[in-house]
Design a protein around this ligand. Structure first.
Ligand code: ZN
Length: 270
C-alpha cells in the first residue's frame, strides 16, 4: 500500500490550507474542506475495512453511501494542517445506510469531521448531479467578500454584477454567477439544505455576514473561484468610497463572456 502522506490529494490539502490561512481567509479554526476520493485513490492508499471510530450523521447521506472523503477536522486550525496532517485531517467512508461515517485514517487526537460536514455532503450530492467531476467543496471567510455582504445588496443578481464589473476574469471564471443566502444559523440542516439547493446551479455560494462555499473539479479550481471573487470584492471595497469614473459596461462584460465562449447568466446583465 502506498504512503498516504505522499498522496497527491494529501499534498494538495496541506498546500491549500496553508495558502488559505496565509491569505487571511481562515482565521483561528475557520474554514473547512472536503475532497471526494476516487475509488482508485482510496484503494491505493487505505485499508477500506478499517474502522477507527464511527460518527453519526444528522442528514440522510444515502446518495453518497460507500464514498470516501478526506475532510478537515472540527475546531482544527488550517495553519496546523501542513505540520500535523494526521491530527487535523481525517478520511471517512459513508456507511451503506447513509446514517454514519467510518473513520479510516486521521483525527489522531480524537477529533471528528468539521461541524459543517452536513453542508459539505449535501453540496457534494448536488454538485455530483450537476457535474460528476466536481469533487471539492471548500468553505472560507475571505475578508472582502464577507465585507461586501455588510454594505452591498445581497440580491444575487446585483451582487454578481458588481463582481463581474470589478474583476476582468469574473464573468469567465464564474459565468453562472454567485448565489447568496441571507444570514442563517450555521451548523444546521436548514443552512445545509439551502446551500445545496443553490449548488444545483452554482459553484459559489455566499453566506451573508459569514463566508463563502466553493466547489470544483480540483483544489485549484475551487480555490481559484473563491480567489477571483475575492479579488473583485477587494476592488469593490477599495473603490466604494470614491467616485468611480470608469466602469466596464454590461456590453463590454458580455463581450468578454462571448469571446471566451462561456455560458453566462445573460439575464444578470441588464
Ligand atoms: Zn465559516
Amino acid at each position: 500500500m502506498k504512503n498516504i502522506l505522499e498522496a497527491p490529494f494529501m499534498i494538495e490539502m496541506k498546500r491549500i490550507t496553508e495558502n488559505m490561512y496565509r491569505l487571511g481567509w481562515d482565521e483561528r479554526n475557520a474554514g473547512n474542506i472536503s475532497y471526494l476520493l476516487t475509488e482508485k485513490e482510496a484503494e491505493a492508499y487505505l485499508d477500506l475495512n478499517v474502522c477507527v471510530r464511527t460518527f453519526p450523521l444528522s442528514i440522510d447521506a444515502k446518495a453518497l453511501a460507500g464514498k470516501t472523503f478526506i475532510v478537515t477536522g472540527t475546531g482544527k486550525y488550517f495553519k496546523n494542517v501542513q505540520h500535523e496532517p494526521e491530527e487535523n485531517l481525517g478520511i471517512v467512508r459513508i456507511s451503506d445506510d447513509g446514517k454514519s461515517t467510518r473513520l479510516l485514517w486521521g483525527f489522531s487526537g480524537g477529533g471528528s469531521p468539521t461541524s459543517e460536514f452536513s453542508v459539505h455532503l449535501m453540496c457534494h450530492s448536488a454538485r455530483l448531479k450537476a457535474n460528476p467531476a466536481n469533487r471539492i467543496i471548500m468553505h472560507a471567510h475571505p475578508t472582502n467578500l464577507l465585507a461586501m455582504t455588510f454594505v452591498h445588496s445581497i440580491d444575487e443578481k446585483e451582487f454578481t454584477r458588481t463582481l463581474w464589473q470589478l474583476c476582468i476574469e469574473g464573468i469567465v471564471v464564474f459565468p453562472e454567477g454567485i448565489a447568496v443566502l441571507p444570514w442563517m444559523l450555521c451548523g444546521t440542516n436548514e443552512i445545509a439544505e439551502a446551500t445545496a439547493k443553490k449548488m444545483d446551479e452554482h459553484r459559489l455560494v455566499m453566506w451573508a455576514q459569514h463566508g463563502v462555499f466553493g466547489a470544483g473539479n480540483t483544489f485549484d479550481e475551487a480555490f481559484g473561484l473563491i480567489e477571483t471573487a475575492e479579488k473583485a470584492a477587494e476592488t469593490h471595497i477599495k473603490t466604494m468610497h470614491v467616485p468611480r469614473i470608469n466602469i466596464p459596461t454590461d456590453a463590454q462584460i458580455a463581450a468578454l463572456a462571448e469571446k471566451w465562449n462561456v455560458n453566462y447568466r445573460k439575464d444578470w446583465l441588464s
